[in-house]
Design a protein around this ligand. Sequence first.
Ligand code: NAD
Length: 336
Amino acid sequence: MKKYKVGMIGCGKRAMLHVPALLADERCEVVGVCDINEEAAAAMSAEFGSKPVVYTDHKEMLENEKPEIVIGCLWTILHLSTFQDCVNAGVKVYHSEKPMAPSWGDCVKMGELAKSSGCQLTFSHQRRYCKGNIAVRKMIKDGVFGKILRMDLYSPMNLLDCGTHTFDQAISFMDETPAKWVLGAIDAKEPINWFGVSAESMAAGIVVFENGVRAHIQTGGPDLDMYTGVRVIGEKGFIEVEWDGGYLNSAVYADPSWKPEKYEHVGEETMAAMMKDFVDSYENGTEPEIDYKKGLRATEIIFAFYESVRQNSRIELPIDIDDNPFVTMLEAGKFN
Ligand SMILES: NC(=O)c1ccc[n+]([C@@H]2O[C@H](COP(=O)([O-])OP(=O)(O)OC[C@H]3O[C@@H](n4cnc5c(N)ncnc54)[C@H](O)[C@@H]3O)[C@@H](O)[C@H]2O)c1
């Protein structure tokens, strides 16, 4: 069995959720853990029998430990620069927290760098591995709900940090079909700042996908009739699927007795399935379920949405912008 040296950068809340999966996968040996807060790194090191070396500077960790796999659990503003440092140090597999990056230009740069370097790049859209979501993908493929016509998409605020999960979930339900155009509106009266990126407190709009499916979206704000997830509406029935694959209402119109089998969501299992997939993919040269190219599809909708607000216009994909239009508008005082 091949063993891989693993490094961790950022040892906060999300990083801790990777620990059970790392302990369970015998191929992974954590050799170094890094956090600018030494106590956090030391606490992470204590989780592993291998007693990984504690660092407060990730470049030093990369140079000394030469990990093949790095898991980056950092605030969004650090995702691109840390990935660049890892590629420069010869890292072969980089798994990053979502969302991809604070601006569309940075997201594209991450993708280009993954492609040119050959470093396998994935993002924590871990909900793709929830059993309930896997089962819905199969039900849709098997035609249980007939041709999909519409979707309602929901998440807590905001588009970038939370919306990314919902867009990714919707795209996964449509066999990775990308969006065609977006028209959106935001509530920017009381901007928030999560993980170093400013954002709106509510957004609502419409996304039309290349297969003709029309999706209404609301992130944050009042009167959400689902808090997270996707309502999939087909010709023959519908199902409401929460982020982690829990089902709310559902129906198959021709069979009133139909009920979907329900699956318990166990967070640890989901995280373990994600890690197994990105390590297996590296070993076998296959594309992980959470590959950056899928991340880009979900993320492009977010920046197209902000661009729609900037231009007061419907936006066709692909978009050709570099910045985060929300942040540009905020800094220009547009929302004052
Ligand atoms: N996938 C999901 O469902 C999900 C859920 C929540 C959060 N997130 C994402 O996870 C990311 C991190 O969130 P978190 O809750 O773990 O944050 P956190 O604040 O708990 O942890 C971040 C850690 O990074 C450390 N850090 C900061 N700068 C550093 C540097 N230069 N080098 C090394 N360490 C550094 C901090 O000291 C901190 O310990 C965010 O981007 C967030 O959007 C994802």
